[in-house]
Write a protein that binds this ligand. Structure first.
Ligand SMILES: Cc1cc2nc3c(=O)[nH]c(=O)nc-3n(C[C@H](O)[C@H](O)[C@H](O)COP(=O)(O)OP(=O)(O)OC[C@H]3O[C@@H](n4cnc5c(N)ncnc54)[C@H](O)[C@@H]3O)c2cc1C
Length: 453
């Protein structure tokens, strides 16, 4: 065999897996057909967060007046933002490639596909490997409606030549609400269209409600409980028809309507690897497919599609196979953030998932910064505590710095901290974070109609 391990895909999952396995002394080959670092670095988390910062700077310039600054906000230069983002991402691509090279992996800048269970075609070359890891990620999908090809998806957004002045974003998931914040913050008229009564299905209801209010406060025009029916091009504009019979005339329709695993053209049949109906590769707890020497990690398995999960899985497979450290990755209590404006972060269970008797603590307040700016913004914090053991089962926040705060709380929750542990922790003052350790008044008890005060 040419390699001990061949990794298909140089994204978050694949690069980590290849690098760590090579570090353990395995002979590693890795193929990437498009860009090193994959979705997160090139067309996901990283450029998205730069855009969120860009939108926030505009808001900060307005808010600075409240603090005495005589700032005249000029226009926003989209091309300058994209150029700065591209420069930073080129640097990151280089780092990913260098890490692999330094670890001793053999790099293939080409598409890989299975010929049989141990043989791959990599850009025309035939390679064989003892173990193979599929880390091909996913891609955005569109709704199947007439004129769908007139819309764009998240992959396109990062390379737009000009910023659209009027945008319709379809979807209520995290990518949709993040881009609603970005475009509205950069000054576009922004419509957000979703089928549910509230955005972010699956998140805690209080956060969903708070986010809908925050989006509206930021000027996003929400069209809830409606479905898009068609897109037509009229005089250079896009006309998006909705199920409530309204038509939105915009410059860009953006489908943020979900993602699907990248399995087309991979030759999984030739290798005998089974996929689910949606194309996701099915794996066991050790991330092994139905073919024992073939593994699948990250978004291509479509379980919890987050970069830190993908990298943790890549690392665990490499350690298990070549580092003499067999281990699995727990998908319980994975903290997650939504970089809306303001952001959301959450760890553990929602109130809907809480057992009867769980104690719920909620606080909502105007953040200190905005006491002076006058910007209508509310911070929401919530703890869910087991009624019997006193363990904190969930922590949720909507508000500035929420992802930074919840990352720390996630450690406490994973370590099994109780509400009493939170209570005996001294706060840092003045912060929003201190509210999490000073929540004394119980808002309600799950399963009881009236919560005690
Ligand atoms: C807009 C957006 C924002 C996001 N924001 C966040 C965030 O804030 N936080 C977060 O945690 N996650 C975020 N994510 C999700 C995150 O990007 C993914 O979970 C992560 O990139 C998954 O890593 P992966 O390695 O599984 O797949 P990918 O990063 O998609 O990597 C797969 C790689 O495989 C390559 N490839 C595919 N097929 C082949 C083949 N046959 N041969 C060779 N190469 C191939 C692809 O070109 C790609 O580079 C975001 C995603 C999007 C789209």
């Amino acid at each position: 065999m040419d390699f001990d391990l061949f990794v298909i895909g140089g994204g978050s999952a694949g690069v980590r897996c290849g690098r760590i396995a090579a570090g353990h002394g395995a002979r590693v080959g890795i193929a990437e057909e498009r860009f090193w670092g994959g979705t997160c670095v090139n067309i996901g988390c990283v450029p998205k967060k730069f855009m969120v910062y860009a939108a926030e700077y505009g808001m900060n310039a307005d808010d600075a007046r409240g603090y005495g600054w005589d700032i005249a906000k000029g226009g926003h230069d989209w091309a300058a933002l994209i150029a700065a983002k591209d420069k930073e991402i080129a640097r990151l691509n280089g780092i990913y490639l260098r890490l692999l090279n330094q670890a001793g992996a053999k790099i293939f800048e080409a598409k890989a596909r299975f010929i049989d269970a141990h043989t791959l075609d990599v850009g025309g070359a035939r390679v064989t490997a003892e173990k193979i890891v599929v880390a091909t990620g996913g891609h955005p999908t569109r709704l199947d409606i007439p004129g769908a090809e007139l819309g764009v998806v998240s992959d396109d957004i990062f390379y737009l030549k000009e910023m659209p002045k009027r945008v319709a974003i379809i979807g209520g998931g995290y990518i949709a609400v993040e881009f609603a914040g970005i475009f509205a913050g950069l000054g576009a008229q922004t419509h957000l269209i979703y089928r549910q009564p509230l955005p972010l299905r699956g998140f805690d209801e209080d956060l969903r409600l708070g986010l809908a209010e925050a989006l509206t406060a930021n000027g996003v025009i929400i069209h809830r409980d409606v479905t898009p029916e068609s897109i037509a091009e009229v005089d250079g504009e896009k006309a998006l028809a909705l199920s409530d019979l309204s038509v939105l005339n915009v410059d860009m329709v953006f489908f943020a309507t979900g993602r699907a695993p990248n399995v087309a053209g991979l030759g999984l049949d030739e290798a005998g690897v089974s996929v689910a109906a949606n194309g996701a590769i099915a794996v066991d707890a050790e991330l092994r497919t139905n073919v024992p020497h073939i593994y699948a990690i990250g978004d291509v398995t479509d379980r919890l599609n987050l970069t830190p999960v993908a990298t943790a899985e890549g690392h665990a497979v490499a350690d298990s196979l070549f580092g003499n450290k067999p281990r699995t990755v727990s998908l319980e209590n994975v903290p997650t953030a939504v970089f809306s404006i303001p952001p959301i972060a959450t760890v553990g269970i929602t109130e809907d998932q809480a057992p009867d008797g769980a104690r719920v603590f909620v606080t909502k307040f105007t953040p200190m910064r905005h006491q002076i700016t006058g910007r209508p913004r509310r911070t929401l914090m919530k703890l869910i505590v087991d009624g019997r053991s006193d363990r904190v089962l969930g922590a949720h926040m909507l508000g500035e710095d929420a992802p930074e705060i919840i990352q720390g709380l996630a450690v406490a929750i994973i370590a099994g901290a109780t509400k009493a542990d939170f209570d005996r922790t001294i706060g840092i003052h003045p912060t929003a974070a201190e509210e999490f350790v000073t929540l004394r008044t119980q808002t309600r008890i799950v399963g009881e109609d009236v919560g005690g005060e």
